[in-house]
Design a protein around this ligand. Structure first.
Ligand SMILES: NC(=O)c1ccc[n+]([C@@H]2O[C@H](COP(=O)([O-])OP(=O)(O)OC[C@H]3O[C@@H](n4cnc5c(N)ncnc54)[C@H](O)[C@@H]3O)[C@@H](O)[C@H]2O)c1
Length: 319
């Protein structure tokens, strides 16, 4: 297939673009490099530097779009909600209009567990209430809603994948390494590993009084290679007039304290940690039920252990 990957110079988009190239697809990456890196675009893909609001120039002849490009910092979204609505919702609506004009009818979209807000139960099902607690999650939920509308009105074939916590790195068959390189890093595992490398003094643990076995927050960590594979399945499975939503996680929760212990074992470093106040809007437990995507698309995690996620991220970090 001829596929457009928006945000393909970013962490997850570059892994998906690499897997698509390996699977024999013709891939074009559209990325404005606002948070991405030109050298993360796989060698076998065409790179166009530009915004999703100017996608019309690259869309004609495409069979589908994998849409990763977004702003995704929760704290920033609380400070600048307008930026998130304009960028994530406005940008995606412009992309969807351009797709209609160009006659491109398939899209796989990066949604998020943040659409659920603070869930009442665990694991979270796709049918559970969506009550985002920040503009980032709300803007992603709004895109999910728009996709349902576009599928119903215009016959768009759409899939939203709601990622839980993504981690790890991917080494392609040609030896190229794809890893997390966010300038502002909010994710736990890269932040713990940065302490191990000596780039930061100590890890901040936000809250140790949650109703969890060790008092720290519990999250579901999915390996980026497994996550990426789901996009290939979703692109093949999406059908005109339907918008399907799938959660993507491992279905097992690990506490911050457990992740920290695994990181200490894997790196052999002590990794000091400092306890801080809870952050508002952080749910105690966030674990996905991925049964729907397993039964409907036949997806299964090949790297379900958090140790593998940590070890793969650690092994490719430049020292
Ligand atoms: N990383 C996670 O754990 C996680 C979890 C849930 C959802 N997501 C979603 O997955 C997607 C990818 O996340 P990531 O961690 O790879 O982020 P990232 O910042 O590494 O990648 C995003 C890419 O999109 C590009 N981009 C941003 N705005 C653009 C625009 N208007 N036009 C063109 N390119 C633009 C950036 O330059 C970057 O290369 C995002 O939509 C994010 O919300 C990520």
């Amino acid at each position: 297939m001829k596929l457009l990957v928006t945000g393909g110079a970013g962490y997850i988009g570059s892994v998906v673009a690499a897997q698509l190239v390996e699977a024999g697809h013709q891939v074009t990456v559209l990325d404005d490099l606002s948070t991405g890196h030109a050298d993360a675009v796989p060698p076998g893909a065409r790179f166009v530097e530009g915004s999703i609001t100017d996608a019309l120039g690259v869309l004609p002849g495409m069979d589908g779009v994998l849409h990763f490009a977004a702003k995704s910092l929760v704290g920033e979204s609380v400070e600048k909600p307008g930026l998130y609505w304009a960028h994530n919702l406005g940008g995606t609506l412009a992309l969807l209009d351009a797709m209609r004009t160009a006659g491109v009818g398939r899209i796989v979209f990066s949604s998020t567990a943040a659409t659920y807000g603070e869930p009442e139960r665990s694991p979270v099902l796709e049918t559970d209430p969506t009550r985002p607690t920040n503009p980032y999650g709300a803007s992603k939920l709004a895109v999910d809603t728009a996709l349902t509308t576009f599928a119903g009105l215009y016959g768009l074939a759409a899939v939203s994948l709601r990622y839980f916590n993504v981690g790890g790195a991917y080494t392609a068959k040609d030896g190229q390494v794809y890893r997390e390189r966010h300038a502002v890093e909010t994710h736990l595992i890269p932040n713990v590993l940065a302490v191990a490398l000596g780039g930061r003094d100590a890890l901040s643990v936000f809250g140790t009084d949650y109703p969890t076995p060790d008092g720290t927050c519990v999250r579901d960590y999915i390996h980026v290679a497994d996550l990426a594979r789901a996009h290939l399945l979703a692109m093949e499975a999406c059908s005109p007039g339907e918008h399907k939503i799938y959660n993507l996680g491992n279905g097992t929760g690990f506490s911050v304290q457990e992740v920290l212990s695994v990181c200490r074992e894997v790196t052999g470093h002590e990794i000091p940690a400092v306890v801080r106040e809870r952050r508002p809007g952080d749910p105690a437990v966030l674990v996905a039920s991925s049964e729907k995507i397993q039964s409907e698309l036949g997806w299964k995690p090949e790297h379900p252990s958090v140790r593998e996620v940590v070890a793969d991220a650690w092994s490719v970090l430049p020292r």
